[in-house]
Design a protein. Sequence first.
Lengths: 114, 115
Amino acid sequence: AQSVSQHNHHVILSEAASLELGCNYSYGGTVNLFWYVQYPGQHLQLLLKYFSGDPLVKGIKGFEAEFIKSKFSFNLRKPSVQWSDTAEYFCAACMNTGFQKLVFGTGTRLLVSP
Amino acid sequence: DAGVTQSPTHLIKTRGQQVTLRCSPKSGHDTVSWYQQALGQGPQFIFQYYEEEERQRGNFPDRFSGHQFPNYSSELNVNALLLGDSALYLCASSLTRDGLTDTQYFGPGTRLTVL
């Protein structure tokens, strides 16, 4: 069955620390990958996406993610986090079939202390 | 440019009742997907509507049904509510071109509590 795993459920960092959130997927075939973020009291927003091409994808607010096909991974990174990055982060995947039936991970809660 | 809107924001129902949730897609979008997000979990795909038809469905029972209107808005209906249906219900809209659905944008959700 298709699945997405996020290994870190809770992460606590100080401001200016570097961030890496893990995401692994289990899919056969070509896959589209996404990171969504949910800030406190707000709805899910798209951070970045990978469909094809350059495996290093840059998103909004200084986030980036790297697609490593051999590791079935799509880890999210940011070199220096800010207090405003406190949020819940969801990795999602879908088959590249056109329907975009997203399968989400369970999410990672990030708390950045000032 | 209005984003995805959902109504109502919150809803409280009792077991056995029926509920209807509504979604208006982002301007220019023609495809609506519905997700259920239980507490502490990621969203789970319920179904997707395009051209007023259910295009794909997740692992949800027939108690969950939907509809898409000519203006692309959509409804999610849940019959015979169970306690386990308590969740945040998310609507996501997107644009489909040549059969391919593009990136989904999410609404704020409807929080359903079943007592």
